[in-house]
Design a protein around this ligand. Sequence first.
Ligand SMILES: C[S@@+](CC[C@H](N)C(=O)[O-])C[C@H]1O[C@@H](n2cnc3c(N)ncnc32)[C@H](O)[C@@H]1O
Length: 266
Amino acid sequence: MAAFVATDPEAYEAYVGRGSQRLAPAFVRFAGVSANERVLDVGCGTGHLTRAIAAASARATGIDLSQSYVDFARRATADRMITFDVGDALDLPYADGVFERALSMLALDLLPDAARGLREFRRVTRPGGTVAAVVNDFRCGWTPFSLVWDAAAVLDADGAAMRDEMVSKPLGWPGGLARLFGVVGFANVAEEQLRAIFEYRSFADYWSSFLTGQGKTGSYVTKLEGEKRSELERHVKAAYLCGMADGPRAFATSFWAVRGEVPTQQ
Ligand SMILES: C[S@@+](CC[C@H](N)C(=O)[O-])C[C@H]1O[C@@H](n2cnc3c(N)ncnc32)[C@H](O)[C@@H]1O
């Protein structure tokens, strides 16, 4: 399946940013960020986690592959002490051990090789420091998106392939991310389920968040043409409304967060 499309940062804010900004402070607490530490945010996107790290009085650096997301993050960030770079999580442009912590929110599962990414996060973190990642609970906790996948899967073979790919990711299952931290050799690995609310004003607000082509679900929906897209919209609308009047909806979503320490004896 296609890579995550990251071309329109304003659209990303309506798509996932509306919820990831609520997840960020809980993840910063889980990762144990403290004042004055140098902390990296890998796959920073529009910068919600980077700013939450800085709000904990740490020195935050965000890095992302998407130039347009990084440009947006810089514009959206008043604190000039926060820095943003464009770069690849699999080949970070930093020396060994320069950060006390490396964090990554909703990005590790998108890398072509998540184990290689985690090794790279570990390389740039000092011995005794912490690497932490959080990924979607794709199986049970990604409701705003699974309403689309579940309808798409019965209407279209590509929709079924998308749903199956997203839901079968081992990292999105209980214990999956923690196992990977073990394989990569972190010490004192801990897993916790975090939650965030995704809020929509109406079905139009919800559906429009998939119509700008961002991410995997958005790029799937925008590639559907004519009656195929209208048919999907009708089914998804019925699932959004559940027989009630149109209006605001709040979806509780869940995430798997894992942290591990870089061993002092490498
Ligand atoms: C779902 S978004 C998460 C953004 C942000 N962390 C948040 O939670 O709002 C995934 C991000 O990973 C970035 N990304 C994907 N592959 C990457 C790579 N190889 N290196 C760095 N960033 C990458 C995308 O550009 C996108 O900004």
